[in-house]
Design a protein around this ligand. Structure first.
Ligand code: PLP
Length: 448
């Protein structure tokens, strides 16, 4: 073995030990941060070993620990060792993925990873375009930008004000990144027309149809229908087939935001819940929310790459030999980090079977939580096949109950305010090691 490969192996060994020691430690300490007197100063130390130790100490005290299996929170799984090793390698080589010729190996690793995951949601074939993004927000931004480019090609040159009043239709439960996107694109917040949901927080298709008709009657120009597969608050999956049919009839771009709900594609038994997603024009899916991977790996899948090219392609005088596929010509980013390596290496190390087992365990744990909450007099409020449990009790204020749990340091949960009014407690099983003992700890930390 060359010295070079020996140092790769040493780095892997050191990183694995760092990750496993840290995760054992995180599991044994309070979930919540205790940031009293955090000592953060650029003059911490000039010695790298000492500097790293000081940073580790500051992070340990000042972080909400999603690496603890009692964190039942906002789609932040712990990082599996493969992803940490991948980030180290990516940072060491520092390939620039903006142009294919600049990083051919890294580009191919990303493309094959995206082909694999795209196939799970019916996005396969030469016309499909897929890219890693910083997260779901950037992926949703790409989708809206691409849908605008399809519907209003002149606006790419002349600006949106010349396009009349473009509007998009989304459920009341759609992610609020669309509000920011409406501001950023210059559409304005009022261009997001919110549609009521049914009693299971799924978009009401009839209400969506009426919303489109009313918008047209007002002289507005609907261009996109946004469905959510796995809402952030309650894990609801909108009726994708019916919405695809509506979008087709109304000539609207159908975007499916499956930032977290994409987890269903990783489990054979859950995949049927995503049926209809293959009819979308674009899909958002966050690897970092659905797999144990460090943050920074959203994904955007687009059915027809020509619209992506229309939205993003530019000519430059300074990037040599442009390839039509170069990422800077087909996505929001220009300089591009090798984010996909952590997805590739995590999938490769765990294997499809290992991933499916992990999701199965999360589902079983969520079922156990539902059962034991009911046995203690709590009402389960949401209906979803995904491992997200919303619950409440008549006599308890949900916000105060969540604060009670968080203050105990024994578990982390949150409360959600629904657009329809009620506030519920929310526990999402995101840690692959969460099991009966952590459910027990949560039940004990809840007010009695
Ligand atoms: C988290 C989330 C997003 C935003 O994704 P980021 O990776 O945090 O940018 C978008 N949509 C849904 C449904 C989400 O749950």
């Amino acid at each position: 073995m060359t010295d070079w490969l020996r140092s790769v192996r040493d780095a892997v060994g050191g990183t694995r030990s760092l990750v496993s020691t840290w995760q054992a430690r995180a599991a044994a300490r309070p979930v919540t941060p205790a940031p009293a007197g955090l000592d953060v100063d650029l003059a911490l130390s000039h010695d790298l070993d000492e500097l790293a130790e000081r940073v580790a100490r500051v992070l340990e005290d000042g972080t909400l620990h999603a690496s603890n299996p009692s964190y039942h929170g906002l789609f932040v799984p712990p990082a599996h060792e493969a992803g940490v090793v991948a980030d180290l390698l990516a940072a060491t080589f520092n390939p620039q993925l903006g142009a294919t010729w600049h990083a051919p190996a890294a580009t191919e690793i990303e493309r094959s990873t995206l082909r694999y995951l795209g196939a799970l949601i019916g996005f396969a074939g030469p016309r499909v375009h897929a890219a890693f993004t910083s997260g779901g927000s950037e992926a949703n931004f790409s989708a809206v930008t691409t849908a605008l480019a399809r519907a209003f090609p002149d606006a790419l040159r002349d600006g949106l004000p010349r396009a009349g009043r473009p509007v998009m239709i989304a459920s009341a439960h759609a992610h609020d990144s669309f509000v920011k996107i409406a501001r950023q694109t210059g559409l304005g917040e009022r261009a997001v027309l919110r549609v009521a949901a049914d009693e299971q927080q799924r978009m009401d298709v009839g209400a969506a149809r009426r919303c489109i008709a009313r918008a047209r009657a007002r002289g507005e120009r609907p261009f996109a229908l946004v469905a959510t597969a796995g809402t952030t608050a309650t894990g609801a999956i909108d009726p994708l087939h019916d919405l695809a049919e509506l979008a087709r009839r109304e000539d609207l771009w159908l975007h499916v935001d499956a930032a977290w709900g994409g987890i269903a594609a990783l489990h054979r038994g859950l995949r049927t819940w995503l049926e209809g997603i293959e009819l979308a024009d674009s899909v958002t899916w966050d690897a970092h929310k659905t797999l144990p991977i460090p943050v920074g790996t959203g994904m955007i899948f687009t059915r027809e790459r020509r619209w992506v090219e229309r939205a993003f392609a530019v000519q430059t005088g300074y990037v040599p030999a442009a390839d039509a596929d170069d990422a800077y010509r087909t996505s929001v980013q220009w300089s591009r980090r090798f984010a996909g390596l952590k997805v590739f290496m995590t999938l490769a190390q765990l294997g499809a079977g290992g991933i499916e087992d992990m999701v199965a365990r999360q589902l079983a744990t969520a079922d156990e939580l539902r059962r034991r909450l009911r046995a203690r007099g709590w009402a389960i409020r949401n209906r979803t096949p995904l491992p997200l449990v919303c619950f409440s009790r008549q006599d308890l204020d949900a916000e105060a109950a969540a604060a009670h749990v968080v203050d105990s340091g024994r578990a982390w949960i949150s409360s959600v305010q629904l657009p329809e009014g009620p506030r519920w407690l929310r526990a999402c099983i995101t840690h692959p090691q969460t099991g009966s003992e952590h459910i027990e700890a949560l039940l004990e930390a809840l007010p009695s």
